[in-house]
Design a protein. Structure first.
Length: 276
């Protein structure tokens, strides 16, 4: 899908209303301010704002705003179980010029459309590396989202990492299983490598540090390199060497690839069940 043009937050004339300023919401807010958004253009609804959020009121950020401001984008970053009770209170903030962005897991566009009839809606699925600006978010829009609104949402989501747009909401369950849950798979790999290092005779602390640095470094190399993962793997695998001996085990018919395939399939099914 063609990516929308990047919008300039420094020139934004309306208000960005952030509902929920937990870890993900706060990370997004930090990213927006870093892209030049004036704090006076931000309003936050959060029952227990952090000291960092409260401090931004000195720069013009508004807490617990009353309906009436021109809200360009309403970003919902709350736990999905709170949504049914919360959504009616958000309706007064939504006008014909507002785009609503939900990062609530398991809440489809149909749920949002029922709660906010006639609204321009985007459903987005970020992942936890967004907290350090290295996430990836997949987004899908309903038919009411204009090109300008899509560009604004793309910029808002880009503040915490890369953004991919899809046209079929049915893909979101698989997205959730791959990138949404994916960081946990990488952390498990680091755990398993550390345990295997201990089993091979390394001291526990050293093994943990080696595993952590190796996974982090390989991820950064994959991030920076123009080569795909398969090419990078081949480049570090000498015929008959130690890496080849390990990969013979990992790439066996009952090795890592089919195990990961089954794991992502299980996560995809569960995502569908949670979405109802």
């Amino acid at each position: 899908m063609t990516l929308p043009a990047r919008s300039d937050l420094a020139d934004l004339s309306g208000t960005i209303l952030l509902v929920g300023a937990g870890k993900m919401g706060s990370a997004m807010l930090e990213g927006w301010l870093g892209l030049g958004l004036d704090a006076s253009r931000v309003a936050v609804i959060e029952p227990q704002p952090s000291s960092e959020i409260t401090a931004l009121t000195a720069r013009g950020l508004r807490l617990a705003p009353a309906p009436g401001a021109v809200v360009s984008a309403l970003v919902i970053a709350v736990k999905p179980q709170t949504a049914p009770e919360l959504m009616p209170s958000l309706a007064p903030f939504v006008t014909a010029s507002t785009v609503v962005v939900s990062i609530m897991a398991g809440r489809p566009l149909q749920f949002l459309e029922h709660a906010l009839p006639g609204a321009a809606l985007v459903r987005a699925m970020p992942n936890t590396p967004a907290a350090i600006g290295r996430g990836i978010t997949v987004a899908v829009a309903n038919a009411r989202v204009t090109d300008a609104q899509r560009a604004l949402v793309h910029t808002l989501l880009s503040a915490v990492g890369k953004v991919e747009w899809i046209g079929d909401e049915g893909l979101i369950d698989a997205v959730t299983a791959l990138s949404g849950s994916g960081p946990a798979y990488v952390f498990l790999l680091a755990e398993a490598m550390a345990r295997a290092g201990v089993a091979a005779g390394l001291p526990s602390g050293l093994s943990g540090r080696l595993a952590r640095a190796t996974v982090a470094g390989a991820g950064e190399l994959l991030h920076r390199s123009p080569l795909d993962a398969a090419a990078l793997r081949q480049n570090v695998t000498s015929p008959g060497g130690t890496t080849a001996a390990a990969l013979e085990v990992l790439m066996a018919d009952d090795g890592l690839a089919p195990l990961v395939t089954r794991a992502i399939a299980a996560a995809t099914r569960r995502a569908g069940e949670l979405a109802g």
